[in-house]
Design a protein around this ligand. Structure first.
Ligand code: AMP
Ligand code: MG
Length: 346
């Protein structure tokens, strides 16, 4: 049985869920990025249940969430001065740092890797829950594997009811995309997954920072095991639309109409397309990022068979993360000059 807890002013409504978390249960909770599905990171059987509940491939490691840096000593071998600088600057917040793992963390968490991913979320509900449970919390995104990540409790309820002990309803997530995953175990810090903290922000603190090559070249095997899977995909077919190809979008909508297909458009602003369903995701990339997963889920609920998603014009900041999720969700299908092409772009 899954119990849903609504957040009130007094966060002590979370105490029973925190107790369940510490004693081996599964609790879905809001963070500033997306909702997470948490288990006690020190308990291999509890963590194994996350993989079952989500249908997550066994080789995809989890991020360990903490509420204070004292917890780190149980999780990692050591903290370099550069990693310390990152923690001082970006924690709590949407940055996940990869460290060499300590022996206390079960291999189930890291999918057999000798490294471990750690993050300190800033969302007050996540912080309270972790602190109250008294244990580090392993938590991937709280969605069924492959489907769009969850940014509202209603998404988690749709995906995980009957599969977890508690779902905490803390409203809509602020960032809307997952954390940046940064590997600090090599010579040069490497972004394995773009996310809520941008390349420019990391460079300002660390100097040299690189994108992992596989992010730009699909022929290379990603270092972050999760990045090789199709992700975030709606049930409908999804095509991305570059800003300069809106004429082509109009044409394709007519083609779909003639074929009797229900169409949906994710728009940048209030645009005039003839589609069955339209959702305005906002003109700037930040607003679009926050709206994306909810919009994809809404389109599925509405029964759209083909979705066209306009790509915002911005650059930098959250854009590489947004493009990464949109390309994965669409399987790389991009509308250009009457055809769909596969592109990889950061
Ligand atoms: P999720 O929590 O579902 O957003 O996924 C966590 C992401 O972090 C996945 O892409 C994982 O592959 C990645 N990750 C977690 N632990 C590690 C690690 N030790 N090394 C590299 N990537 C990791
Ligand atoms: Mg995920």
């Amino acid at each position: 049985m899954t119990k849903v807890i609504q957040i009130e002013k007094d966060l002590s409504v979370l105490d029973e869920a925190a107790e369940k978390l510490a004693s081996g249960g599964l609790v879905a909770f809001p963070t500033e990025t997306v909702y997470g599905l948490g288990a006690n990171a020190l308990s291999a059987p509890a963590v194994a249940n996350i993989f079952v509940a989500k249908g997550r491939p066994q080789d995809n490691p989890l991020i360990v969430h903490i509420s204070n840096t004292d917890m780190l000593s149980q999780i990692v071998k050591s903290v370099s001065p550069a990693a310390q600088k990152l923690m001082d600057t970006f924690w709590p917040g949407p940055l996940t740092i990869i460290f060499e793992k300590s022996d206390t963390i079960p291999m189930t968490v890291t999918a057999g890797l000798s490294t471990v991913a750690v993050r300190m979320p800033s969302h007050p509900v996540a912080q309270y829950l972790i602190e109250k449970s008294g244990v580090p919390v392993a938590a991937p995104s709280a969605n069924l594997s492959g489907s769009p990540s969850t940014t509202r409790a209603s998404h988690v309820i749709a995906d995980l009811t009957g599969r977890v002990d508690y779902i905490i309803d803390g409203g809509a997530c602020q960032v809307g995309l997952e954390s940046t995953v940064l590997d600090m175990t090599g010579d040069v810090p490497q972004i394995l997954r773009p996310g809520g903290v941008s390349l420019e922000e990391l460079q300002a603190v660390l100097g040299e920072v690189a994108y992992e090559p596989a992010l730009k070249d699909s022929r290379q095997v990603p270092k972050s095991p999760g990045m090789k899977y199709r992700h975030y995909a709606p049930k409908a077919e999804l095509y991305l639309v570059e800003p300069q190809y809106t004429d082509e979008l109009v044409k394709q909508l007519a083609v779909c109409r003639n074929q009797g297909k229900k169409t949906g458009v994710l728009c940048c602003g209030d645009t005039q397309y003839e589609a069955d369903f339209k959702i305005d995701c906002g003109r700037d990339a930040q607003a679009y990022a926050q709206a994306l997963f909810d919009a994809l889920r809404q389109m599925d609920d509405l029964g759209a068979e083909v979705i066209f998603a306009e790509i915002p014009c911005d650059e930098g900041g959250i854009v590489p993360a947004l493009m990464n999720r949109m390309l994965k969700a669409s399987g790389g299908q991009v509308l250009a000059e009457g055809i769909t092409t596969k592109i990889e772009r950061l």
